[in-house]
Design a binder for this molecule. Structure first.
Ligand SMILES: Cc1ncc(COP(=O)(O)O)c(C=O)c1O
Length: 426
């Protein structure tokens, strides 16, 4: 089956090479090829990430800052991973904090910020966000902080920017917004959100977990104060990454044990970290870099290669979005939530949620799973969204998530499977 879907542009995605990097993609389920449409829940990893993690454990497994070789190696591996991640987000290495996942890192920052907030202070959130960018801030209510939640437009599941702006005022201390929705796929205008926050003298906190595999992140250009993502959503190991502006990481007071130094970023990294996975993060960024260099051989720096990789990915994902949405909308009784107008596809990523009247998302996901299509059902922790759209009590949505290793052929097969399942169900 041909899978090379090169575009005519100079930044073509070599899909045959891409897929050859991910060993898990070659699996079968009940004799049919597995189709991984569960990227929003966690992506597959290239062989080099697996090898790097195994190699770390086989040869360098040690704690940090010891006076012997494997510990020195561990220090170097951590430094390399930090520098690579800094290139991924376009910041300095000491502004990168590693943690178990985005949720834990967000609680760390909310607790530290909470030390300086009290009655009269306000935090602005959105109802479109994953709960990990909601509950850690809502917990500040116990300090008397007022939480305001911006609405979204129910027709296309886009953020109501007017409502968001109206919620930001002189008492706002922080605005926390997602870069892209992990349910409906909407990409928010975070640059504008950061600008509104700054104008009000508030900090901005961007949850880029869902956006990271789909679009380039430039924290310098955004000028956000914090940005979080999770490497397991962009082809790396199960880890979280926080970017914080140096001035904030230095000024805020994290809760920590006494022997942990006051140096950033270490004062934010508690206990012994997952060294093998941090080694794997470097291998993940290496993958991005190679993807970019193959797409655009003339690039010179790692950052430029990462941007080239995104360019190639964007073109490929855009085509899959077009095909998937056209196909979904043609299925009788199917309701798609989120942006469906091709003129606005730049404001969405390749994540789709649907419902089919009379059938639960779990039924659909189960039938698809039996046929080798890995989708998801439920709320994916985008709880405010499913509650407001009144689908929480109905089992949420069926979510189909594409990333760059998916193919047009897989999109077609997924649509055919869905059509067949729906025909038998209805
Ligand atoms: C948009 C978004 N934010 C936050 C999270 C939480 O990430 P983590 O599992 O790293 O805590 C997720 C996980 O699905 C997500 O999709």
């Amino acid at each position: 089956m041909p899978i090379a879907e090169q575009t005519s542009s100079s930044t073509a995605l070599d899909l045959t090479w891409v897929r050859s990097q991910f060993p898990s993609l070659a699996q079968n389920v009940h004799g049919r090829p597995a189709v991984f449409l569960d990227g929003p829940g966690g992506t597959q990893v290239p062989q080099r990430v697996i090898d790097t993690i195994a190699d770390y454990l086989a040869r360098n497994n040690a704690n940090t800052h010891g006076a012997y070789q494997t510990s020195h190696n561990t220090d170097r591996i951590m430094d390399d991973a930090r520098a690579a991640t800094a290139d991924f987000l376009n910041c300095d290495a000491d502004e990168i904090v590693f943690g178990p996942n985005m949720t834990t890192l967000t609680y760390a920052i909310s607790r530290a910020l909470g030390r300086e907030l009290g009655p009269g202070d306000e935090v602005v959130l959105t109802l479109l966000d994953h709960d990990a960018n909601f509950s850690p801030w809502k917990a500040l209510e116990e300090k008397g902080v007022v939480i305001r939640a911006a609405k979204f437009n129910e027709t296309d599941c886009t953020l109501d920017m007017r409502n968001l702006a109206a919620n930001i005022g002189s008492r706002t201390r922080l605005v926390a917004v997602g870069y892209a929705s992990n349910a409906v796929g909407t990409i928010n205008n975070v640059a504008e959100v950061v600008r509104l926050a700054r104008q009000a003298g508030a900090l901005s906190y961007i949850d880029a977990v869902h956006y990271a595999p789909h679009g380039p992140i430039d924290v310098r250009a955004l000028d956000c104060d914090f940005l979080v993502c999770s490497t397991y959503k962009f082809f790396g190991p199960h880890m979280g990454v926080l970017y914080g502006k140096r001035e904030h990481l230095k000024r805020l007071r994290p809760y920590k044990v006494r022997p942990n130094t006051d140096e950033i970023p270490n004062c934010w990294e508690w206990g012994t970290l997952n060294h093998e996975c941090i080694a794997g993060i470097k291998a993940c960024v290496d993958y991005w870099e190679e993807l970019g260099r193959r797409a655009k051989p003339e690039v010179t720096t790692r950052r430029a290669a990462i941007l080239a990789a995104h360019e190639a990915i964007h073109q490929h994902e855009r085509k899959m979005i077009e095909k998937m949405i056209a196909g979904l909308l043609a299925i009788r009784g199917l309701k798609l939530y989120g942006i469906s107008d091709p003129r606005r596809f730049e404001n969405r990523c390749a994540t789709f949620v649907v419902r089919i009247e009379g059938h639960t998302p779990l039924e659909l996901a189960t039938k698809l799973g039996e046929r080798g299509f890995f989708t998801w059902d439920g709320n994916y922790y985008a709880l405010n969204l499913t509650e407001q759209l009144d689908v929480e009590r109905l089992g949420g949505f069926l979510r189909i998530g594409l990333v760059h290793y998916n193919t047009m052929d897989e999109v077609e097969r997924m649509l055919a499977a869905l059509r067949e399942i729906v025909a038998h169900l209805t």
